[in-house]
Design a protein around this ligand. Structure first.
Ligand code: CO
Length: 302
């Protein structure tokens, strides 16, 4: 995919998506507290985004303790937050232009683990710019997290976003690998350091609540066909099973997955079952630097 300079409408849409995200995030983070329903928080954010006239780039991720990513409540989920570490990851789009950002809310007393991810993100933003190798950004992330005595999650990385595509190149590693790919003006990039006191590797869990249309082709089963029609409304972006209109969708989703029409995003969990923190911003790479479209959610933003 080639990148020219972004046109003004695209830049404006990226900024609008970021502004909606920041407003939602700053309210939602204060809702994440012991005894509160996870589903209530997820739906509050998702309703807020839709009522703002924006769209969801993916379902609200509420990844708890050793979970790093891809966890979202199921339909009628009654799980409440406890004394936990919660990574709150939100994706908003305006006209397909995506803002992706995350904060960690800590109720475990592990303030430094949260700070490690945030300071790593700040260092990465300071380093990023046109012509900068992604490995150099990764090294900045790794150095900060190791400086705190923690380990970056090595098999998760930041990523580009493009119109109606929440996950594309360039890959921005969370460690100092020797990678000569350079950031280019016109790219939008989500940088997301994860820090852990475990070994720094995530594996796939069994829970799966987030899916994405992969290959739109006809299916025999009538119910699966109806569900596929509903899935087409999600603009090829990831969606939550609970967004489908009723709970009979479960079997249809399994059929669509078997037929490779959709793919699932299993919850990613730290291999040692250790706590994971996350901090994320979306940046536009400009001709002479970067513009953070989601500024205003981390302490270092101002
Ligand atoms: Co994100």
């Amino acid at each position: 995919m080639s990148h020219g300079p972004l046109d003004d409408d695209a830049v404006e849409s990226y900024r609008e998506a970021g502004a909606v995200l920041v407003e939602a995030m700053n309210e939602a983070r204060s809702m994440v507290e012991p005894g509160r329903s996870q589903l209530e928080v997820a739906e509050w954010v998702e309703d807020f985004v839709r009522e703002s006239g924006a769209g969801l780039a993916f379902p609200v991720n509420l990844s708890v303790d050793a979970e790093a990513s891809h966890a979202t409540p199921s339909r009628d989920d009654e799980t409440e937050f406890g004394e936990e570490m919660v990574c709150l990851d939100v994706g908003v789009h305006v006209d397909g232009y995506i803002a992706d950002a995350a904060v960690t809310v800590d109720h475990t007393g592990s303030v430094e683990l949260v700070e490690a991810a945030e300071m790593a993100l700040e260092a990465a933003i300071d380093e990023a710019g046109p012509g900068v190798e992604v490995g150099v950004v990764g090294k900045a992330i790794e150095d900060v997290i190791r400086g705190y005595g923690y380990t970056p999650v090595l098999n998760l990385s930041g990523h580009g976003v493009e119109r109606y595509d929440a996950h594309t190149g360039p890959n921005v590693p969370n460690r100092g690998v020797d990678r000569s790919v350079e950031l280019q003006p016109g790219q939008a990039v989500a940088i997301e350091p994860f820090a852990t006191d475990g070994r720094g590797k995530v594996g796939e869990g069994t829970d799966e609540e987030i899916f994405e249309l992969e290959r739109d082709k006809s299916v025999r089963d009538r119910r699966a066909r109806q569900v596929l029609e509903e899935i087409r409304e999600f603009d090829d972006l990831p969606f939550a099973a609970r967004w489908l209109p009723d709970d009979r969708a479960g079997m249809a989703l399994r059929r669509l997955k078997q037929a490779n029409v959709i793919k699932g995003y299993p919850v990613l969990k730290e291999a040692d079952d250790a706590l994971v923190s996350q901090a994320e911003h979306t940046l536009l790479i400009t001709d002479d630097g970067v513009e953070v479209t989601t500024a205003g959610i981390h302490g270092f933003d101002d």
